[in-house]
Design a protein around this ligand. Structure first.
Ligand code: HEC
Ligand code: HEC
Ligand code: HEC
Ligand code: HEC
Ligand code: HEC
Ligand code: HEC
Ligand code: HEC
Ligand code: HEC
Ligand code: HEC
Length: 406
């Protein structure tokens, strides 16, 4: 977690501060299969790294000893299979031969040796995805829990790199990325599957052709994707799988209704909404979308500091001086003023009269309230016969305070 402070340049005075979680971790290792004696380092015809190896001996921590062993064995295995000389070329940068866009900060694309070998992502995911155990069963089965697949290498069992709103409802790596072979780019992408369309029908580009928020948040209550192969969440609006069932390439879906979409041809992390505010500024980072179900999690601190409660940043007053906003339907994603007596007592009526369907997009075809009109924090409003209290998480149906309008 980092604290970001903003200072007045002239006076040096502190203007504000926010605590944010940076999604980094060192919890990535290959021990479970490449430590000596394990699945990928037990061929008796090969000399694997022993405990007497000086580099292993030099470590004090038992886990780190295994890590060093596994790392050296990976080089042994690679040299054995591909005639390379990695053991004598340490330290080895895998990406020197297997291109990784994540390390190509100047964006030059594959250079030199990288032109002759597959990408880092492809060799890791496709090659491992194809491995079978002694019984002929896949070492990384498509339908196995993440602990047996992605978390064998990605951080991980301790770090829980994926958490937040989607994890809370049980979505796993597979729901968004597909399985090892899909990530490894074994199958060509379907139409609209690549970020900018240029790789539709071709292999996915690691780090570039990624899942999208709009693949599951495909619109609103009135207009969203429908059709075969789509897996709906219980609310009937959002999906629980970012691609169609049966699509081995796991090509991320592209929404037609862009209400909750990233910017065109742009990853979530680089997208902006609502007059240029970063999506992450109101939602957090891609694998820890607010809120985290653990109320005490560091992930929740930023929203708590900014608006007084956890979850999506929704309080207009967080950024707009209280009282400065006109009544509007031009908030984020077409949202109106919230927790504002002026909106509730008087003005929402006029907006409804102008465009009833605009309200139904989130409040439902029958104004019954949907997952898109849930109250973010407990609120109390004054109405004709007293007060009405809305609970956190309650769906705002239009007959909570008066009869349903027609
Ligand atoms: C769940 C088991 C498992 C994990 C975890 C695992 N591997 Fe492997 N790996 C295998 C198997 C099985 C093979 C094939 C071994 C063989 O053919 O003898 C393999 C082979 C390899 C090879 C040799 C390439 C070749 O052509 O055979 C490399 C390099 C490799 N793995 C790197 C890694 C790295 C790096 C990690 C960690 C980031 C890792 N592996 C994690 C199971 C695993
Ligand atoms: C000097 C260049 C070089 C370096 C460095 C290198 N590799 Fe390779 N690797 C190759 C070549 C060549 C192949 C043969 C297949 C190919 O053309 O991609 C290969 C194949 C593989 C394969 C098997 C792919 C398959 O589908 O059969 C894996 C897995 C792999 N490398 C992982 C790694 C890892 C992990 C590292 C870092 C520890 C690494 N490589 C470093 C050149 C290299
Ligand atoms: C055997 C180890 C291993 C396993 C298992 C593994 N990964 Fe990876 N993954 C890696 C490595 C290493 C990288 C970094 C590749 C690079 O440098 O470009 C990576 C990178 C990625 C990336 C970013 C690059 C890209 O292709 O866009 C994604 C996404 C990803 N992994 C998803 C997954 C998912 C989903 C699973 C489970 C289905 C999984 N990984 C399982 C080792 C693994
Ligand atoms: C709810 C959907 C979802 C789930 C579940 C999910 N991812 Fe992702 N992942 C994404 C999106 C979207 C991106 C692209 C992020 C962006 O646009 O900046 C991404 C990007 C990545 C990257 C690239 C680096 C980064 O952070 O941008 C890796 C690696 C990765 N995911 C691995 C995983 C692994 C491993 C799991 C399971 C532990 C997982 N993901 C679960 C949606 C998901
Ligand atoms: C695989 C499908 C899938 C993908 C991809 C996905 N989501 Fe979700 N998301 C869901 C589902 C299902 C829910 C419903 C959770 C609930 O109602 O508690 C949800 C809930 C949410 C919520 C409401 C959280 C709350 O409790 O208030 C937000 C905000 C959200 N997602 C943002 C995102 C963002 C941002 C992305 C892209 C980085 C994304 N989602 C990608 C399926 C997905
Ligand atoms: C100023 C804050 C703000 C910004 C910036 C913002 N959002 Fe949101 N987002 C919200 C609010 C508030 C909601 C809740 C709307 C609702 O429940 O009807 C929301 C809801 C969502 C949802 C979940 C919808 C659902 O099904 O529950 C997704 C997905 C989403 N936003 C994606 C994005 C993306 C992508 C961007 C950037 C292009 C973005 N948001 C920028 C405030 C913001
Ligand atoms: C995370 C900060 C943030 C939040 C939360 C936020 N806004 Fe904004 N809003 C902005 C920024 C920044 C602008 C652009 C201001 C500019 O260009 O001068 C803006 C502009 C607007 C505008 C355009 C007119 C104007 O005043 O500049 C409207 C209307 C608006 N917001 C409504 C809302 C509503 C309604 C909500 C609550 C549902 C909301 N905003 C929540 C940051 C935010
Ligand atoms: C983008 C989705 C969205 C649209 C479009 C939308 N609403 Fe809402 N509405 C919400 C959400 C979310 C809440 C709960 C906000 C909260 O209190 O946290 C809400 C709450 C309300 C409330 C209760 C006041 C409050 O602050 O909670 C009223 C009244 C209301 N909406 C009326 C309308 C009317 C009238 C329209 C059409 C002009 C409309 N809404 C359009 C999402 C939407
Ligand atoms: C938190 C309380 C509250 C909620 C929720 C609420 N309203 Fe109202 N509404 C009022 C109040 C107060 C009035 C003015 C007094 C009256 O007519 O009862 C009003 C009046 C109206 C009127 C004018 C009176 C009429 O019946 O013609 C319309 C239309 C209306 N609301 C539409 C909506 C719609 C659409 C929703 C749901 C999206 C909604 N309201 C939700 C409090 C609410």
């Amino acid at each position: 977690m980092l604290r970001v402070n903003a200072y007045d340049k002239k006076t040096g005075g502190l203007l504000g501060a926010t605590d944010v979680v940076l999604p980094v971790s060192t919890e990535a290792n290959c021990n479970s299969c490449h430590a000596t004696g394990e699945l990928a380092a037990n061929n008796p015809a090969i000399t694997w790294t022993s405990n007497d190896d000086p580099d292993v001996q030099a470590q004090t921590d038992d886990l780190v000893k295994l890590e060093v062993q596994a790392q050296k064995n990976v080089l042994v295995s690679h040299d054995e299979k591909h005639g390379t000389n990695l053991q004598n070329s340490t330290p080895v940068l895998c990406a020197a031969c297997h291109y990784s866009a994540a390390l190509d900060l100047t964006g030059d694309g594959p250079q030199g040796e990288q032109k002759n070998s597959a990408t880092s992502s492809k060799v890791m995911h496709e090659h491992h995805g194809k491995q079978l155990d002694a019984n002929g069963k896949p070492v990384f089965p498509s339908d196995a829990p993440v602990e047996q697949t992605c978390y064998q290498c990605h951080p991980g069992k301790i770090t829980q790199c994926q958490r937040g709103a989607m994890k809370t409802v049980g979505l796993e790596c597979n729901s968004c990325h597909g399985d090892m072979l899909a990530v490894g780019g074994k199958f060509p992408l379907q139409k609209d599957g690549s970020i900018d369309g240029t790789h539709d029908g071709k292999t996915r580009r690691p780090w570039i052709d990624m899942p999208r928020c709009q693949s599951c948040h495909t619109g609103d209550a009135r207009r969203h994707l429908t059709g075969e192969g789509l897996e709906f969440y219980e609310d009937g609006i959002r999906l629980v799988q970012a691609y169609k069932t049966g699509d081995k390439s796991a090509s991320p879906l592209l929404a037609k209704n862009k209400r909750f979409a990233e910017n065109e041809n742009t990853l979530y992390r680089n997208s902006k909404g609502h007059s240029g505010v970063a999506c992450e500024g109101c939602h957090g980072s891609p694998h820890a979308i607010w809120p985290n179900a653990d109320i005490n999690a560091n992930d929740n601190l930023a929203a708590l500091q900014l608006q007084g409660h956890v979850g999506t940043v929704i309080e207009c007053d967080t950024c707009h001086t209280p009282g400065s906003l006109q009544m509007t339907i031009e908030g984020p994603h077409g949202l109106h003023n919230v927790n504002d007596p002026e909106w509730t007592e008087d003005k929402h009526r006029n907006f409804y009269m102008l465009d009833p369907n605009g309200c139904k997009a989130c409040h439902g075809e029958n104004l019954e309230g949907t997952a898109l009109s849930k109250v973010a924090a407990a609120r109390t409003f004054t109405v004709e016969d007293g007060t009405v209290t809305l609970e956190k998480g309650q769906k705002v149906s239009c007959d909570l305070c008066h009869e349903k309008p027609n």
